[in-house]
Design a protein around this ligand. Structure first.
Ligand SMILES: *Cc1c(COP(=O)(O)O)cnc(C)c1O
Length: 370
């Protein structure tokens, strides 16, 4: 007798579609026979980690026979100092993705509701579903999180609310005033998770200080990452900030060595490297404006961005344009899985990469000079 694996599976996971990452460069080159493909599909930083960070990683290589520091002491200490908290208010994760999962597994009981904006980071509903939670999807309004509608969706069953700020894939923010009004309506029993993966690109007087809600004793968890502005997506390191009691609960189920020693050393060095972040932020800002101008000239509509990526509307089948861009060696992300049939998400790259994207777009949209 054959036992079907599916009948053995945790029923909570059966409805989950696997996460589809951006297409890798090597795979694209192999399948399309192109060289020098560029990837503008995963919101990575186009700049390599700084020399300082690379040296810190290299210095750890000879010690890889040892397990990492399971408490991540020095990195947590440095993060606590940077943000004005204590080290017991910080938890490290294998990317902030792991911390989303850790928060959900720690706090969400089967049958609890989690409010998830849509379209937003697909990882939130996946993890909620895997934990047996109920996803309450709240549509965006004019490409922005609709905090008013999200507050209205809160019920006595609502355990947590996800606020991606800036939001992925729209690259829009919710403002300090909007968050303040929202927080006034969130009950004590509901946890708000602010996912601030792109905060370095979004800074401005209108951007909320989510950390302040932790200082006020609100049930808030703030997630940050070294994957974007710090150029360390490949190492997998992020962190969460919350009340010490919340962190302590999350630590009960955290894998003891979830953040490896290279990642800890790199994170520590990256924290002393404000210049690198500043350089990236400036480059991305210039890149956004370059791309806006080019999109306007091509008649492509876009959503003004507060992150290192831009949501564009190509006015025709996005999956078709995506395929044709691949043939030009340019990898972007079609938004068809979100039901946005004519939208692409493009990561802002180096000036050279942005130029390649524009040239390829002109070719596939039939607007290249003869
Ligand atoms: C990229 C991204 C992250 C970061 O993920 P890591 O696991 O830290 O690499 C988190 N949230 C959102 C919305 C993102 O787009």
């Amino acid at each position: 007798m054959h036992t079907q694996w599916e009948s053995l599976a945790n029923t909570h996971i059966l409805g989950i579609a696997p996460y589809e990452p951006g297409k890798p460069i090597e795979e694209t080159e192999r399948e399309y026979g192109v060289h020098d493909a560029i990837k503008l599909a995963s919101n990575e930083n186009p700049l390599a980690p700084s020399e300082r960070v690379q040296r810190a990683i290299a210095a750890q290589l000879a010690h890889l026979n040892r397990y990492p520091d399971g408490s991540g002491f020095y990195l947590r200490q440095a993060l606590a100092k940077k943000h004005g908290f204590t080290h017991d208010q910080i938890v490290l994760g294998n990317g902030s993705n792991e911390l989303i999962e850790l928060a959900v597994r720690t706090f969400l009981k089967p049958g609890d509701e989690a409010i998830v904006p849509h379209p937003s980071f697909v990882v939130y509903p996946m993890i909620v579903q895997a934990a047996g939670g109920i996803r309450v999807m709240v549509m965006l309004r004019e490409h922005r999180l609709d905090l008013e509608a999200m507050a209205r969706a809160i019920t006595p069953m609502t355990k947590m609310v996800f606020v991606a700020n800036p939001n992925n894939p729209t690259a829009t923010i919710v403002t300090a005033d909007e968050v303040e009004a929202f927080m006034a309506r969130v009950p004590e029993r509901t946890i708000v998770i602010f996912d601030e993966a792109y905060i370095e690109f979004a800074m401005g007087p209108d951007f909320p200080d989510a950390l302040n809600y932790i200082r006020q004793g609100r049930k808030v968890i703030v997630l940050r990452t070294f994957s974007k502005a710090a150029s360390l997506a490949g190492l997998r390191v992020g962190y969460g900030i919350a009340d010490a009691d919340a962190i302590s609960l999350m630590n009960r189920i955290r894998q003891p060595f979830n953040v490896n020693s290279l990642a800890q050393a790199a994170g520590l060095a990256a924290l002393e490297d404000d210049n690198h972040v500043l350089e990236c932020v400036r480059m991305i800002e210039a890149g956004r404006h370059f791309l806006y101008d080019e999109f306007k000239a091509l008649g492509i509509r876009y959503v003004p961005s507060r992150a290192n990526f831009i949501l564009v509307d190509v006015g025709r089948s996005a999956s078709d344009i995506y395929q044709r861009l691949l043939k030009e060696g340019v990898i972007v992300r079609p938004m068809t899985p979100f039901g946005m049939e004519s939208a692409l998400r493009v990561t802002v790259g180096t000036p050279q990469e942005n130029g390649r994207l524009v040239k390829a777009l002109k070719t596939v949209l039939g607007k290249a000079p003869a």
